[in-house]
Ligand binder design. Structure first.
Ligand code: NAP
Ligand code: G3H
Length: 471
């Protein structure tokens, strides 16, 4: 069991306070991180500010070279990173490793794209000002606060850190407490990659204790946050930066419009709903279909669910414990509410502490909480509705607007329906998902504001600086 110090101004800091991070499967301490105090956080932001100007002045090719070196260090340590990830968030070893490798690929893409962030140049001729030439370069915003959630502690951290740094910003990074061992390890590996002092700082501690202190710091030029709607809204209200990218929760629907490829649809839906035990923002969180289709789809869903293995993330089981008991209790509450209101539980509904068997709930009606709330666990409601317009309405009546799936062989109908669905993205004949990470990724309504991606993150972490030449 390792103790990880925070990283501030290139130094590992511990002020004597340790915060235990629990292994959700073994229910024992997986490691400890530093519980920082307000003065340490102030020090982190001051260090990021002090380092920013010279980091931005460093040639782009040198910044890319350093980050490429960092990428190599991360890849070299992929097995350790994956093992630490499994120990603190119960993601299977296999999936933890996939997350690390996927992220290295995202870093490669981002560093390549950074080379192509050419300035915009134009003349004023079209507006009657032909003696003016404008050159608008993208420059760093300054100090970026990156806050990541527990469920992708490596990917969703580096998807912020790398674009911020390559464009000349400095970073203060706050990982989720479950996920902070990986976060602190990223800090250690940045020192192995010879990061200059202060450009990258890792601050750890419980969000409920230090969150407001972090997000209201006056040095912040931009906050990039991924997590729940409630914390995202809290940052919107209290955070010091007007410049905010928020990637929040979802209640992604899968609309099944025909029965022409049900074997494939069922596989996609089960993968989409139960991957990492449903703890993906983009998980399929409700199926909406007709009685006729549901009667054929349900047995196929059950077949696929019955193939899922349940248990230890160390043995690469498909369904592993959810992050903590509080989450498990919340999920059980949703199932119990549906049961009381006469939903049919077809499989699952077995709970052993925070380990939840994959659960399929049929005949879900709109008065049930599970029709609207994000469970973040391995349960899947089926809503039976006859009319396509009503299906679209139910999809859109949600406060969330992250992603949706439309399963339909008639591509023109699929596109027509997709266009009416109010989410950031609609996937036709595939599960909802953020990957491949080169795609723009966004949520609307309560699911977020701003866009992440490769180019989109580079843009969001920079601003224009214009020079106008009059001749
Ligand atoms: P969370 O509870 O909102 O926590 C997210 C981050 O915020 C953590 O680092 C947390 O630290 C920190 N935090 C807590 N209180 C804070 C405060 N007052 N001020 C600032 N930061 C604070 O979310 P989670 O449980 O880790 O992740 C699950 C949620 O994230 C789900 O709703 C999921 O849909 C969403 N998510 C969205 C996306 C997307 O891209 N749209 C991707 C992944 C996950 P502590 O852990 O120390 O509390
Ligand atoms: O939880 C949110 C992640 O960004 C989901 O990524 O859909 O590619 O698994 P994914």
């Amino acid at each position: 069991m390792k103790e990880y110090k925070a990283l501030i101004n290139g130094e590992f800091i511990n002020n004597g306070e340790w915060l235990e991070v629990l292994d959700p499967f073994k229910n024992e301490v997986a490691g400890k991180v530093t519980a920082l105090k307000a003065e340490d956080i102030e020090h982190a932001f001051k260090s990021a500010r002090a380092a920013q100007e010279s980091w931005e002045k460093t040639d782009l090719v040198k910044r890319i070279e350093l980050l490429h070196n960092f990428r190599n260090v991360l890849l070299k340590n992929k097995d350790e990173i994956a093992a630490v990830m499994t120990s603190e968030i119960s993601k299977s070893l296999k999936d933890s490793l996939t997350e690390v490798v996927r992220t290295v690929e995202l870093i490669d893409f981002t560093l390549e794209e950074a080379k192509r962030m050419e300035p915009l140049s134009m003349t004023g001729e079209g507006m009657g000002a032909k003696n003016k030439i404008g050159i608008f370069s993208r420059v760093a915003k300054g100090v970026i606060l990156a806050i990541s959630p527990f469920n992708y502690p490596f990917n969703l951290a580096l998807a912020k850190i790398v674009p911020a740094l390559v464009m000349g910003n400095t970073v203060v990074f706050k990982p989720a407490t479950a996920g902070s061992l990986v976060g602190a390890l990223i800090g250690e590996l940045s020192i192995q990659a010879n990061f200059p002092k202060g450009i990258f700082n890792v601050v750890t501690g419980r969000g409920r204790e230090i969150g407001d202190i972090i997000t209201t710091n006056k040095e912040i030029d931009m906050i990039s946050f991924t997590g729940s709607v409630s914390i995202g809204n809290n940052i919107k209200e209290k955070g010091s930066s007007k410049d905010l990218v928020l990637e929040l929760g979802g209640k992604d629907p899968a609309l099944v419009l025909d029965d022409l490829d049900l074997h494939n649809y069922a596989k996609q839906i089960v993968d989409g709903a139960f991957g990492y035990s449903g703890q993906r923002c983009t998980a399929i969180k409700r199926v909406i279909t007709t009685n006729k289709i549901a009667d054929k789809l349900v047995p196929l869903l059950i077949d696929n669910i019955n193939k899922l293995t349940v248990g230890s993330p160390y043995e690469n089981k498909d369904i592993t414990p959810v992050i903590d008991q509080k989450s498990a209790d919340f999920i059980k509450g949703l199932v119990d509410d549906a049961k009381t209101k006469k939903a049919k539980i077809l499989v699952g509904n077995k709970f052993e502490k925070n380990l939840i068997w994959p659960t399929l709930i049929d005949n879900v009606t709109l008065d049930m909480k599970v029709a609207w709330e994000e469970p973040f666990g391995p349960i899947l409601p089926i809503i039976r509705i006859e009319d396509i317009n009503e299906m679209i309405k139910i999809s859109n009546d949600s406060n969330f607007g992250l992603q949706a799936s439309v399963f339909c062989k008639d591509i023109s109908l699929a596109i027509q329906v997709s266009k009416k669905i109010k989410t950031g993205t609609v996937n036709i004949n595939g599960k909802s998902q953020r990957g491949p990470d080169c795609f723009p990724f966004l949520g609307i309504k309560d699911s977020g504001q701003g866009v992440q991606g490769v180019k989109e993150s580079l843009i969001s972490m920079t601003r224009y600086h214009g020079i106008v030449i009059n001749y």
